[in-house]
Structures are given as structure tokens and as C-alpha cells.
Design a protein around this ligand. Structure first.
Ligand code: SAH
Ligand code: SF4
Ligand code: F3S
Length: 449
């Protein structure tokens, strides 16, 4: 142990940490927690990979192509190690959890493997690696929420931040690997969430996104999700509040009433449908039907007619017939989604679907269905943008337009990007705009008043 301890970096000795993040917003939030933990140990975060003494890759397992990308990246890591033999490489996150054995086998350039609930242990794992061993911890926890760890915000937009309010997932949708990589659902103490949001606001942030795999089932003591959102929104009318993701089965009228009563809770709901066919939804173990889903959409429209609705869709899940697929297309038309994330079904080892309903849709059929879904969504997104032309919105300015220095962009409450002339506006300002035109992905506006 002594030998290992002498290798421990003295606080502030300036060893540099580089971290690369794949996957969902939860991973982005986790990266900020990891940076915070490593800073406590004296590591300094760097944006330059060549400078790093340690490279961590925060990984995703959701689909096979997500993992393939990371295997590719790992083989590139050998090159960095050759140049700098003392360099340490760590794989953290969902793929670390799922593939711990493979990741520590053979001559892979991996020194550290840490699952999503093992980040407090990273300093010890790093010390083991510095001593020439492999630092591995993939134990999942029933309690860990990193509640009191203040995330280090490494993307410097300074206006909008993620706040993880819960971890894990209990839903076991039959296709999904998340309950296995992230373990059981647990909610983070409400006071720590509210105080993190307040500190962000006091530091100039104007938007927080509350994150979880199913935020609607948040609960600690007698604080449920509607109560939490309300408390965060009450910090200031100038603080925008967003949240993601909502599982349709738990989307309550109470939440919609709270949203409708507070204009700073954003008019945008991400409500993943996955499929428009009740037969498929049953096989997916989603616990709602097409009719239930459409009922929730009607409730959203009832309380907030101007609310954007976005979704996730999977093409070609096991046994999906042409008729099921057509039902997905008709659901899309019926809801008129503003935006969607669309995927081909990817069978994940260990899931209920992989064990009990083998993938039987040929690749070319999946591709053709996905293409149809994407083409339809492009049309719907364009229609949604065209409907906004002539309307007025308040945008929160986030940065300079990519194309022109004299233009800036911000988002509407509905989460759409609007480009306007800069004038004397800066990041973090609210600006009232009228929409003058649009492309398929962006709105163009002019300032009013
Ligand atoms: N908790 C969120 C989803 C997280 S994963 C929810 O339930 O809404 C993000 C999206 O990835 C899912 O909504 C689903 O559309 C997609 N996805 C998950 N597993 C998949 C798989 N095996 N193949 C293809 N897409 C998948
Ligand atoms: Fe996966 Fe379903 Fe949980 Fe979302 S709700 S993370 S799709 S198991
Ligand atoms: Fe990927 Fe894990 Fe998120 S599998 S989508 S990083 S929860």
C-alpha cells in the first residue's frame, strides 16, 4: 500500500485529465461529477488530449454502433500510449459496466474500468493503475446519487446546465440495456437539487435541465416530480426549467397543471413513443397503448396548446409487421412531432428481448422503415417550423451563430433555435423576437419592441 501511496499525486500537482463523453445527457452530467471528484484529487481538467496524463472515456451501450465507435476509439488509444508510456486510460460509464471482462482482457490499453456508480472510487482506481495494476470497480449501488458532489461545468456556455435528479431505471423495456448498466432507480435528495439550481442561477445560469431516465417517477419523502419542478422554477422567473425524459405511462395531469401555471417551465415535452402499434408496445414492455399515448398528447395540448412535443422511435423491433410500421407513421402524423430521435432496433445482449424474442427483422427492412420514418419526420419538422413564422417568442441567447459573427442564436421555450442580429445582446439575455423565416432545422427572427 505504501508504495502505491507515494505515487499518489499531491493535491494541485497539476496532473492533467482529459475526458471524452459518449451517449446521453446523463453521461454528460456524470462527466461533470467525475471531473469534480478528480479535481479533489489534484487533477486539472484539460481540453487538449495530447497534454493528458490520464484519459477517461465515458461510454454508452445503448446500441451496437455506440459500442463499435468506442472500440475504434480504444484502438487509437494505443497510439497515445506509445507516445507517452505513463499515460493512463480509463473506460467509465455504461459500456464499462456491461463489458468489464472484455475490457480488462488481452493487450487492450485499458488501466481503469469504472461503472456509473463507482465514480467516488476513481481516485483509488487511479492509484492502483499508477502502481501498475488494473483499477476495476463496476459495483452498482441502490443508493448512490452523488447528491452533494458539485459538478464542474466543463462546457463553458455558462447559461444552461444539466442537473441529474435520479439515476438508474426500473422499467425494463424489453429492448433496453439501461436497467443493466445503470442499475435500480433512485431519486436524489430534493434539497441538494434545489440548492444546486439556485447556485447555478446565482452564477449567471439561466436554464437548468432536470435529468433522469424517467423523471416523472421522481420521489423523495413527500416530494414528487411536479413538486420538485415547481420548487426549482420558483427560484426565479428568470430561470428556465426543462426536464428529460418523460415516460408516457407516468406523465400526470398534475405535472401539466404545474407547467401551465409557471411560464418559466419550458413548453417542451420529450415523450418517447417508440412505436405507434399497441402490439409492439406490449412486446416492448412499455406499459401503455397507442390510445393511452394519444390521450397524454391530448392532455398536453389541453393544458398548453403551444407546447412542443418530441419523441424517440425504434424501427424494426422483433416481429414488427408492415402494419405495425404503418401505425408508427400514422402516430407521427397524428401527433405532428416537432422533432424526433429515430433508431433502428439493435439487439442488446442480456435484455429480455434478446433472451426471449430474437431479432427477426432483416437489416434491409429495418433500413427501409427507418428511412420512411426519417423522411416523414423531416416533413413534420419543416411544417412545425413553418407554423412558427410570423409568431412571437422570447429566446434565451446561448451563443454566436456558426455562420456569422454579427448574429447570435438562442432558444425558444419550445427548444427551437432562432438566429437574430447581435446588436448589443450577450449570452444569457432574454430577447423578444418575431419569426421571419425558417429552414428545416432553424428559425430566423427579428427583435421586437
Ligand atoms: N429513458 C428514456 C430512453 C433512454 S435511451 C426513455 O425511456 O424514454 C434513448 C432511446 O434509445 C430510447 O428512447 C429508444 O428509442 C432508444 N433505444 C433504446 N434501446 C434501444 C435498442 N436496443 N435499439 C434501438 N434503439 C434503442
Ligand atoms: Fe430503457 Fe425503458 Fe428505462 Fe428508458 S424507460 S431507460 S427505454 S428501460
Ligand atoms: Fe447510453 Fe448509458 Fe445513456 S447506455 S444512452 S450512456 S444511460
Amino acid at each position: 500500500m505504501d508504495k502505491i501511496n507515494t505515487l499518489r499525486p499531491i493535491e494541485g500537482d497539476g496532473r492533467k485529465l482529459f475526458i471524452e463523453t459518449y451517449g446521453c445527457q446523463m453521461n454528460v452530467g456524470d462527466t461533470e461529477i467525475v471531473v469534480s471528484i478528480m479535481q479533489q484529487e489534484g487533477y486539472i481538467y484539460t481540453e487538449k488530449i495530447e497534454e493528458a496524463d490520464i484519459i477517461l472515456i465515458n461510454t454508452c451501450s445503448i446500441r451496437d454502433n455506440a459500442e463499435q465507435r468506442i472500440w475504434g476509439r480504444l484502438s487509437e488509444m494505443r497510439r497515445f500510449k506509445r507516445k507517452k508510456p505513463t499515460l493512463l486510460i480509463g473506460i467509465i460509464g455504461c459500456m464499462a459496466e456491461r463489458l468489464k471482462e472484455q475490457l480488462t482482457e488481452g493487450d487492450l490499453a485499458v488501466d481503469i474500468v469504472a461503472g456509473p456508480d463507482a465514480y467516488r472510487d476513481l481516485p483509488r482506481l487511479v492509484r492502483i493503475a499508477e502502481g501498475g495494476g488494473k483499477g476495476v470497480n463496476t459495483i452498482l449501488s441502490l443508493e448512490e446519487t452523488y447528491a452533494e458532489i458539485a459538478p464542474v461545468r466543463i462546457d463553458k456556455n455558462g447559461v444552461s446546465a444539466y442537473i441529474a435528479i435520479m439515476r438508474g431505471c426500473n422499467n425494463f423495456c424489453s429492448y433496453c440495456v439501461v436497467p443493466y448498466t445503470r442499475g435500480r432507480e433512485r431519486s436524489r435528495d430534493a434539497e441538494t437539487i434545489i440548492s444546486e439550481a439556485r447556485t447555478l442561477f446565482e452564477n449567471g445560469y439561466r436554464e437548468v435541465t432536470l435529468l433522469g431516465q424517467n423523471v416523472n417517477s421522481y420521489r423523495t419523502g413527500d416530494v414528487d416530480f411536479p413538486a420538485l419542478v415547481k420548487a426549482v422554477a420558483e427560484i426565479s422567473p428568470l430561470l428556465r426549467v426543462r426536464f428529460s425524459t418523460s415516460h408516457p405511462k407516468d406523465m400526470s395531469d398534475e405535472l401539466l397543471q404545474v407547467m401551465a401555471s409557471m411560464p418559466n417551465i419550458c413548453r417542451a415535452i420529450h415523450l418517447p413513443a417508440q412505436s405507434g402499434s399497441s402490439v409492439m408496445l406490449e412486446k416492448m414492455n412499455r406499459k401503455y397503448t397507442r390510445e393511452w399515448y394519444l390521450g397524454r398528447v391530448a392532455a398536453i395540448r389541453h393544458y398548453m396548446p403551444d407546447c412542443a412535443i418530441t419523441t424517440d422511435l425504434i424501427a424494426g423491433f422483433t416481429d414488427e409487421s408492415e402494419e405495425d410500421h404503418k401505425l408508427t407513421l400514422s402516430l407521427m402524423e397524428e401527433v405532428g412531432y416537432d422533432f424526433a430521435f429515430m433508431f433502428k432496433y439493435s439487439e442488446r445482449p442480456g435484455t429480455f428481448a434478446q433472451r426471449n424474442m430474437p431479432d427477426n427483422i432483416p437489416e434491409d427492412v429495418k433500413t427501409a422503415r427507418l428511412t420512411e420514418i426519417i423522411n416523414l419526420q423531416n416533413k413534420l419538422s419543416e411544417q412545425s417550423n413553418k407554423r412558427d413564422v410570423g409568431k412571437e417568442f422570447e429566446i434565451l441567447v446561448e451563443g454566436t451563430s456558426k455562420r456569422r459573427e454579427d448574429q447570435i442564436f438562442g432558444r425558444t421555450s419550445q427548444n427551437k433555435v432562432v438566429i437574430i442580429d447581435r446588436r448589443d445582446h450577450k449570452v444569457g439575455d432574454y430577447v423578444k423576437v418575431r419569426i421571419t423565416g425558417c429552414s428545416s432545422a432553424t428559425l430566423f427572427g427579428e427583435e421586437i419592441e
